[in-house]
Write a protein that binds this ligand. Structure first.
Ligand SMILES: [Zn+2]
Ligand SMILES: [Zn+2]
Length: 195
């Protein structure tokens, strides 16, 4: 029996028997609340004190690097597989969310048999700009679905390929042009001959 009277947890509102006089949360909730508070503090720090935020972040990165380097090769491979799987799963979940937002079928031919053959198409053909942002646009679609519907649509791989050809969207060439800011066709021809 605890020598303190039973209290109500301030987080989950369930009664529990405390182990000290100042305890506010039950045993399962305590660490959770601390984690949450830390997370909020860290999030606010980003705007309040960017320098400190960056220092803490860099420290975290170094710690992780050190931890990673301390592992043997077998553990490294296992870790890589685990994170890869997690990333793949997250990507898939994100794709499902985005497909839901944009209508779950090809905007041209209504194909919807297999989501692997559905892609997110930039209606204005400015996708090559997005690729530079490492798929940030997926997050933006999820955050702002109404705005996203004006800019993005779903196309099946066939319709997407045909649209690319019709509109003369050649992503790599356009992107390279944009990147190096050289508009001479000659330069591109030289570039491809050099490959
Ligand atoms: Zn609780
Ligand atoms: Zn289609």
């Amino acid at each position: 029996m605890s020598r303190y009277k039973a209290r109500i947890c301030l987080f989950c509102s369930k009664p529990y028997s405390p182990t000290n006089g100042t305890q506010k949360y039950c045993v399962p909730c305590g660490p959770l609340v601390i984690k949450l508070q830390r997370k909020t503090w860290y999030k606010n720090l980003k705007t309040l004190n960017p320098d400190k935020y960056e220092t803490i972040r860099e420290k975290g990165r170094q710690k992780q690097r050190k931890w990673y380097l301390s592992m043997n090769n077998e553990d490294k491979v296992a870790y890589m597989e685990k994170t890869k799987d997690a990333r793949r799963l997250r990507r898939k979940q994100e794709k499902l969310l985005v497909l839901d937002i944009l209508g779950n079928k090809c905007a041209k031919c209504n194909y919807n048999d297999d989501i692997r053959a559905l892609c997110i198409d930039h209606i204005n053909g400015d996708g090559y700009l997005e690729k530079e942002r490492h798929y940030e646009f997926i997050k933006e679609i999820i955050k702002n679905p109404t705005e996203a519907k004006k800019r993005y649509q779903i196309l099946c791989s066939n319709c997407n390929r045909i649209k690319q050809d019709d509109n003369k969207e050649y992503p790599t060439a356009t992107r390279l042009k944009e990147k190096y800011n050289r508009d001479s066709e000659k330069w591109l021809i030289n570039y491809y001959q050099g490959l």
